[in-house]
Design a protein around this ligand. Structure first.
Ligand SMILES: Nc1ncnc2c1ncn2[C@@H]1O[C@H](COP(=O)(O)OP(=O)(O)O)[C@@H](O)[C@H]1O
Ligand code: SF4
Ligand SMILES: [Mg+2]
Length: 392
């Protein structure tokens, strides 16, 4: 995603951007805006004592060079399992079934063993997690944690690595970087620690950054700063980013495309503007109605999404959103809707917009389903329909 920035690029950022440009100018086979990550029909199932958890089911998506794709969904929808599978951190075992392929720049990651993956992690692909304390070593100084990656992957001398560590900390907005390199993680605030993990992630100028709820553990004011920092670095470095979050608000101005996940599946995907302008899947609409408007009175009453996401040990038959959907009809309880292109709807839709629903939002069929449910006071799944639940 390209966003205007009024700050001059740091040396680190300029160097990395230059590296990518030089690679292309030199006739590198990588296209400037080609597909970088392709995920095809990925499934992850966990065999537990209580049964099989269908955590991710048939997820496919593509991420282009330099693009920001947000994966959004409530807690428990399979976002983290999906991200970990993309990284190769979950592989097949007696307890875990995995299916599908993950390809990064022509390399099939899903076929690589730990040694093969080590050549890609931290070098071409980096990960930023929710809790910086899980990524940082509590008994090692900040500087050492950055330099070890630089020495390993870049073969820098200790002195050069130290200088680069200071520069990286400066580029992620940490004050007094010369002092910070000598500190331990517990001496920094949560926001500062997350800046350090971002500096480590960026130390090898990755082409893809996976950020799984990178700000959920932080205070609200710090959340925005960290997200802005990530967006700024992403556009300066020309990295692609998969931004995983439960909060639709944070991705509206920070993503090019959005994939909405529900109960292990992608239920809607579209360019960000199109998704906000014309959501088709009732779950996306419900997520939007549950988000307070940025402008307007702060006493505005929010619509609620009734119930909870389904237990993935035994998801509902038919459409998985049916127990919570205000428009649910009989068909929804027995037949699962496929992912269909919005361009096939009357009035059309933008290329790349797909949704799963028998009664898509904005169609006469949806209006009729709504009318029927309001009239009988409940949906076909027996969920009471209230004014709050059904958008006017
Ligand atoms: N190792 C595991 N064994 C069994 N179930 C798991 C395991 N890891 C995750 N799950 C289940 O997979 C589902 C998706 O989890 P997760 O990907 O963490 O959701 P999200 O990140 O969207 O909140 C949840 O029901 C969770 O309990
Ligand atoms: S209308 Fe039916 S198919 Fe569409 S989201 Fe609701 S329950 Fe699912
Ligand atoms: Mg998660």
């Amino acid at each position: 995603m390209t966003r205007p920035t009024d700050t001059a690029p740091t040396t680190v950022a300029a160097e990395a951007a230059g590296r990518h440009r030089a690679a292309n100018a030199a006739g590198d086979a990588r296209p400037a805006k080609g597909d970088l990550l392709t995920v095809d029909d990925v499934h992850v199932r966990f065999h537990t004592r209580n049964g099989v958890v269908h955590a991710v089911e048939g997820v496919s998506l593509t991420l282009r060079e330099g693009e920001v794709l947000a994966v959004v969904g409530e807690s428990g929808s399979g976002k983290t399992v999906f991200t970990r599978r993309v990284m190769g951190l979950i592989s097949g075992s007696r307890e875990t079934d995995v299916e599908g392929t993950v390809t990064f720049d022509g390399i099939t990651l899903s076929d690589l063993d730990a040694k093969g993956l080590a050549g890609v992690w931290g070098k071409e692909i980096a990960l930023v997690l929710q809790d910086p304390m899980t990524s940082l070593n509590p008994v090692k100084r900040i500087g050492a944690q950055i330099t070890e990656t630089l020495v390993l992957h870049h073969k820098l001398s200790k002195q050069d690595a130290n200088a680069r560590a200071v520069e990286l900390l400066r580029s992620v907005g940490l004050s007094e970087p010369e002092r910070r390199v000598r500190q331990y993680p517990h001496e920094l605030s949560g926001g500062m620690r997350q800046r350090v993990t971002i500096a480590i992630a960026l130390s090898c100028s990755p082409r893809l950054l996976l950020a799984d709820e990178p700000t959920t553990a932080l205070d609200v004011t710090v959340q925005a700063q960290i997200l802005d920092l990530l967006g700024d670095l992403q556009s300066r470095l020309g990295m692609a980013m998969l931004l995983v979050t439960h909060d639709l608000r944070v991705v509206r101005s920070r993503s090019d495309r959005i994939a909405v996940m529900y109960a292990g599946r992608i239920v809607e995907t579209a360019p960000t503007k199109d998704l906000f302008d014309a959501p088709r899947m009732p779950y996306t609409e419900a997520l939007m109605n549950a988000v307070p408007p940025i402008t307007g009175p702060n006493h505005v009453r929010l619509a609620v999404i009734p119930g909870r996401p389904p237990n993935l040990l035994s998801p509902p038959s038919g459409c998985r959103f049916s127990p919570r959907c205000p428009y649910a009809q009989d068909r929804c309880l027995t037949e699962e809707p496929p992912l269909r292109p919005a361009s096939e709807l009357p009035g059309g839709g933008i290329e790349g917009h797909s949704y799963r629903c028998w009664y898509p939002v904005g169609t006469p069929e949806n209006a009729e389903a709504r009318r029927r449910n309001v009239e009988r006071g409940e949906t076909a799944a027996g969920t009471p329909v209230t004014g709050e639940m059904v958008p006017a």
